[in-house]
Design a binder for this molecule. Sequence first.
Ligand code: 9GP
Length: 819
Amino acid sequence: MIKNGQTQQFDKAAFKAAVEKHLTTTYAYTTESATPHAWYLAMARALAEISTGNLLATEQKLAKEKARSVNYLSLEFLIGRLTGNNLISLGLYENVASAMEELGQNLTDLLEEERDPALGNGGLGRLAACFMDSLAAQEYPAVGYGLHYEYGLFRQSFEQGRQVETPDGWRGVEGYPWEVVRPELTQTVSLYGYVESYLDEDGNNYRRWVPGMTVDGIAWDLPIVGYDNNSVYPLRLWECRSPAPFNLARFNDGDYVGAQYPALEAGNVTKVLYPNDNHDQGKALRLMQQYFHCACSIADILRRHHAAGNEIEDLAKLETIQLNDTHPTIAIPELMRVLIDEYKMGWEAAWAICSQTFAYTNHTLLPEALETWSEALIQQMLPRHMEIIFEINHRFLKEVEAAWPGNNDVKRKLSIIQEGPQRMVRMANLCVVSTYAVNGVAALHSELVKRDLFPEFNELYPGRLTNVTNGVTPRRWIKYCNPGLSELISEKVGSDWPVHLEKIAGLAEFADDEAFQQRFMAVKKQNKQRLADWVKTNMDIDLDTNAIFDIQIKRLHEYKRQHLNLLHILALYHRLLNDPTFDMHPRVFFFGAKAAPGYALAKDIIFAINKVAEKVNNDPRLGGKLKVVFVPDYRVSLAEILFPAADVSEQISTAGKEASGTGNMKFAMNGALTIGTMDGANVEMREEVGDDNIFIFGLLVDEVQKLKQEGYDPYRYYNADSMLRAAMDLLDSDEFTPGQPGLLSAIRQNLLEGGDPYLVLADFADYVKTHEKIDAAYRDQKTWAHKAILNTALMSKFSSDRSIRDYANNIWNLKPVKC
Ligand code: 9GP
């Protein structure tokens, strides 16, 4: 068991008493009447007492030391369940299990009672959660700032194979036991209104914003518990409320709805997480969310700065603000506004602080995800910010003029304002102009940011554009989710690998050790059984753990190409039924994915996979060789069962489209072999594990670009490849939708008439061939075990601890502070 300062005083009797006290005084149950859910809540509350105390102590210590900190601003933190993870960080897992046992409760069952706080969409939000974990584990002073959404990412279920969305009230009626509200940190946020000039007593001319309305920002802190140390950092989530709950006079007049209107409007701001991944919808309420988040966070950063006795001039010295994608960009003009209008600083002085405080991470090259806001909308909602953005742009365009005299094309391209019938503010351009560092999230992606997205910016600001390859926390993604593997690793390389992941390289020397191979594969088998049991219980599908478990879990998006995977499945189906010479090792294809509710084709792909699953899982002609499982409501807690159970990891995006990927890393750490394109972090994973231990296929970025330039014709591939044709044509038949041909045609149509924008057909043949290699490789279990062990052993680069050290050393200039 880990010993650390947070738990040295763990007193089992006192802990049990605390659990029982919460059961009765917080949740009003007796030990006899308590449900498992009530036991879980009481246990988590008792644990939160420990972490909240340490959160306050950490805050005080960092303020006293005037430590430089990073403020991680993100509209999403996909933290997943906290209880199990915090037990591991606190080193209390066994102690609490035994305490709860004495109270007649099983810890594993209680942990299942926790709802996932799904405050993010996918990779970007989960990255933010891993980063908070790594900041705390390494004691780099940090505060995470996000939004306290009333409803997280929707819950997904399937009705006749189609995705149905329902609201995700992640806090339940009782509230989330790990969070604590901090009313003393409440902020007031202005919106709408107009800007006016005025003279102060000394006759100086100033601008000021006269807001049309205000709302309150209420702070909720979630504890990010440092692994095996004493630090607890806040993940501070802002909830929007109206300053007045309702208008009493109107209510008394019988206007019940009108009386509550302002409260309803304010409540809407943090009502729901926008369910779009890699897609910008441009909704006004979303801009309001973004500004609300930024205004509260900037005000809180300044409050902390002053509370620690620091001067405003030292802001950039003591605080850095990392913008997680462009979503919090409005923080830049907000800080300028505060410095100029409230601190009465001149533009240059304010700009010197701002441009040395902010850094920006770019997470995508997809044009539909690059945020722009209509100038008119910003003007209406945030009139003073629009003025400031104009001024930033004006000064910036002078720089452009100096660098490219008389070149209006470059000016038009780089300008923060995009001209056109509706003028738009380009948030990414605003970020690059106003920050001291801009990073991409994998080596290839960062190169493409420089080469294709921002080449002129790279020329204008040499050195500003850089790379930090993503990573994932080995605490949640190995130690917590894969206890069997964790034990094996600890036995071979010592137990401190969760904070020194470079140590797992020591496993490589056992890659050829037959006894170790068997134990490694036995752990995999147990994990496959755990998943198979879950599927049996929740979906009533029988699975054989001798089959290859082949898994694709990520958001549903055309560029991620779940439909390429589907076509391969259809080709196997066709061959099994029509080619007597064809043989394959039994395979189960798993999918887990949510589609944005407005994304029709993504939903069609889900429907098609479900329909195919229905048929193949019950078709005796296939002899159990082929199964398809689409797990509903894919989320962090399900991911914790899926990653450890995978033999094969599907990372098959069109080259150049997936900025990094992080699921790819979690799979490989847990001993799965990747089938992937040369995209995102796959490229660096290949460098680490070597060509023999990864299955790479498909067009390279430059080949994709060339093919598109030359004029890509999907029919060429369709006509030339009979297997592809057979697979595609199945989609047009009623094979999977008896009596209703055409229900699955949308996919085929998109790929043929729609021009196949993500080159699914171009990569199909190589994908099939590479899967054949996987089939052959799996039949030789020793070689497979060797490769799987090496995948685990050679993944240390992809610990988010390394990513955070890269940020700390190369961007933030941040030093750890031991608490
Ligand atoms: O699509 C990227 C994904 O590749 C990456 O791993 C993740 C974290 O960096 O960010 C995703 N981007 C977005 O969600 C939107 O920009």
